[in-house]
Design a protein around this ligand. Sequence first.
Ligand SMILES: Cc1ncc(COP(=O)(O)O)c(C=O)c1O
Length: 365
Amino acid sequence: MTGFVPRPQILETPPAYHGALDFAELEQLGLNPDDIVDFSVNSNPFGPSPRVRQAIAAVPPDRYPDRESLALRRALAGRLHLPPDHLVTGNGAAELLWLAAFAFLRPGDPVLILAPTFGEYHRVSSLVGADIHTVRARPEDDFAFNPRLVQSALARLRPRLVFLCNPNNPTGRLLPPDTIAAWVQASPHTLFVVDEAYLAFAASASSVLSLKADNVLVIRSMTKDYALAGLRLAYAASTNPSLVAAVDRVRPAWNVSAVAQAAGLAALADEAYLHRCLVDLQTAAQALKSGLSALGLPVFPSDVHFFLVRVGSAPAFRQALLRQNLLVRDATSFGLPQFVRIAARRPQDNRRLLDAVRGLQIPAQ
Ligand SMILES: Cc1ncc(COP(=O)(O)O)c(C=O)c1O
């Protein structure tokens, strides 16, 4: 294939590493994907509302979807108290993060990433040739970000864009809006892309959309809380419509399938189901955290249903559980090889995990 060499940034960008099932790995281990109980994804474990299944069954597969997702955007706009042109839909939050980077970043632009965090921020910044800087939260601070360090990085680097995940993946820590407000106000020339994929899982958390800041673009996944990971659905919103218009410009046509749009509308129409799931999940997460702590494992503080646990060797811990059809997220790719991330599931699944962990030989942490 001489003569067709990809751009240097593409060759320099590390491959993606994510949680969820690795089908090739399961095949190698002789495991059946249907038997795996997956604690490595942070989605609503109770699945989508029954109304979603009904709605998607009625979608004609041979008709192109609405390119503008108008009905869905109107429904979302009503909830967010924004006009529909203040939001754009995407094929999952991952696509919108990529589109935001392609819309706003030029090669060499300084980008600040608050880490450890979701790997796609680094990957897309690298693909566009941005100059990547990170401020890392530390285990000794229970993975809370140090606002002073962030403030001084903002002043020193004057980044074109900041990627901020709130609540953060993998730590589950939530930053209060006041802290983010101070950064946003102090850096009016920096675009803050705030990924709120997990906001619904944090009890009574409020969105940074309430800051009404011109330099904030919020990304919201609908694959996590509404359990639509296989369909892919998300939106980006801002009180500044020019940010949304720029993302819309780089959006591929028909990026959100007709099935995903119908599912999103049906999910939004059944908020009572979501509410019940979130309440039950909080109770289940509390029981799982307590159960793991009682087994002597250090469970780190988290504001949501997923959390980090220090286990010694994360790859070994993950492998030992996977042989029992239980999948947890090895946090090595986050730079945390001693940690796994575990997302609570239904109570019966969590009890199974606790029984399996009880049977492992784990050196004291
Ligand atoms: C913080 C964060 N943002 C975005 C995504 C991707 O979400 P989606 O499934 O909507 O593409 C993930 C998935 O793991 C995530 O952890």
